[in-house]
Design a protein. Structure first.
Length: 383
């Protein structure tokens, strides 16, 4: 087992599992942080640099995310140490299958996987088949169904845009609380991938005006408004949002300084940082990406009166979709559940933050931790 220095506290982690398979050369990591609320849930990433520390940090966030969304899931994360760009389709498949076989003792009883960096619905199919259980993971292809006498359940892949839908609902809920109307509110979205594009789509459908969007090539800005449909078409056909017209093209970082009501970071970690934090003009930031701002940066935004809906509250749409998949819900009912749960969570967090005059992230951790503590007390401290 490799050396690592994972802090332990009252919540966990309950298990740190490292697996190795000599045939495929699989090196995999699973950290199950806490299972008091139910089987632990968390995505499976495949990168050459993934470490036990990284997997643990993400697993803890999943503990808070599931508790905050009111789901009967604990928190976990898993990783395969490999570079998918340097292997064939069959080699990648063999690694994912080996990982599935290795995790049979805990999956799906204690751990249920999901897509993450470099894994999608195809990998979820391989993983589920290798574990030998439909319930081994979520985010499976829509045609991957099981039928029992009473049930017919199918996969719900990420293509429904549940996370972006949740981000849009979080923005609308926060705007309601601040007392401004979403209709006509201006929005900038960093990143135009799964989370960013669906956030833009659903915010536009709520009447907001998308004025800026970015990707790895730069930012497109038009204060009169950008058509979501046309932007999605340009991105798909030319590979970048910066080919949209009419509009001005700026470097990616410029997006954070634009005069908008709502800012949605939906791409990189630390995109809001020391360099740009004081130039931000948005009234609300809804964190679609994971950790787009460090705690001290969020503190500065809070002191400037900018409302930040933290990542694990705002981007829980994906895991709510996972819960819906496990329960055999139709995608339409899943979208309704995302709307309900995200709105309830954002209201609870912002209410407590206001009452205690603390930043929303601190309020969210307080609520989530209390729910996990209660569940742990109920099961009698059983690890
Ligand atoms: P994705 O790969 O689909 O999209 C990422 C986008 O970011 C791409 O459009 C890419 O062009 C863009 N990008 C890359 N470099 C950029 C830069 N320098 N400036 C601006 N844009 C840049 O990924 P995703 O699934 O949309 O995930 C985005 C973030 O949301 C990640 O932090 C992820 O962990 C988090 N997240 C995703 C989900 C989900 O359901 N997909 C759920 C929770 C959290």
């Amino acid at each position: 087992m490799a050396e690592h220095n994972i802090p332990r506290d009252e919540f966990g982690p309950e298990m740190i599992i490292e697996v190795y398979d000599s045939k495929t050369k699989l090196r995999g990591i699973l950290v199950i942080d806490n299972t008091a609320l139910g089987p632990s849930k968390g995505g499976m990433r495949m990168t050459p640099s993934v470490t036990v520390e990284e997997v643990f940090r993400l697993a803890r966030v999943m503990t808070w995310k599931c508790a905050m969304a009111g789901l009967p899931f604990g928190g976990a994360k898993s990783g395969v140490i490999a570079d998918p760009k340097k292997m064939s389709h069959d080699e990648k498949k063999a690694l994912v299958q080996a990982f599935g076989r290795a995790l049979r003792p805990v999956c799906p009883k204690l751990y249920i996987g999901a897509p993450d960096v470099n894994t999608g619905e195809e990998e979820m199919r391989w993983f589920s088949e290798a574990v030998g259980s439909w319930k081994a993971c979520t985010g499976k292809p829509a045609e991957m169904c099981i039928a029992t006498e009473t049930d017919h359940k199918c996969g719900i892949p990420h293509e429904y845009g549940s996370t972006g839908w949740g981000v849009a609902v979080a923005a609308r809920t926060a705007a309601d609380i601040l007392g401004f109307d979403m209709r006509g509110a201006t929005v900038a979205v960093e990143g135009f991938g799964n989370v960013g594009s669906f956030s833009a789509k659903y915010l536009a459908s709520m009447g907001a005006r998308i004025v800026a969007a970015s990707d790895s090539k730069g930012t497109i800005y038009n204060p009169d408004g950008i058509s979501y449909e046309k932007l999605a078409e340009i991105k798909a056909s030319s590979g970048t949002v910066t080919n949209y017209r009419p509009g001005e093209v700026f470097p990616g970082e410029k997006l954070f300084e634009l005069p908008v009501d709502i800012l949605i970071p939906a791409a990189l970690a630390d995109s809001i940082n020391e360099k740009n934090v004081d130039s931000i003009k948005a009234k609300i930031i809804v964190e679609g990406a994971n950790i787009p701002a460090k705690a001290e940066i969020e503190e500065r935004l809070h002191r400037r009166g900018i409302l930040v809906v933290p990542d694990f509250v705002a981007n829980a749409g994906g895991v709510i979709s996972s819960y819906s998949e496990i329960r055999g819900k139709h995608p339409e009912d899943m979208m309704a559940l995302v709307e309900k749960k995200i709105a309830v969570a954002v209201k609870a967090v912002l209410r407590l933050a206001k009452k205690k005059n603390i930043k929303p992230r601190d309020a969210a951790v307080e609520i989530a931790a209390e729910r996990v503590r209660r569940a742990m007390a109920k099961r009698g401290g059983r690890p």
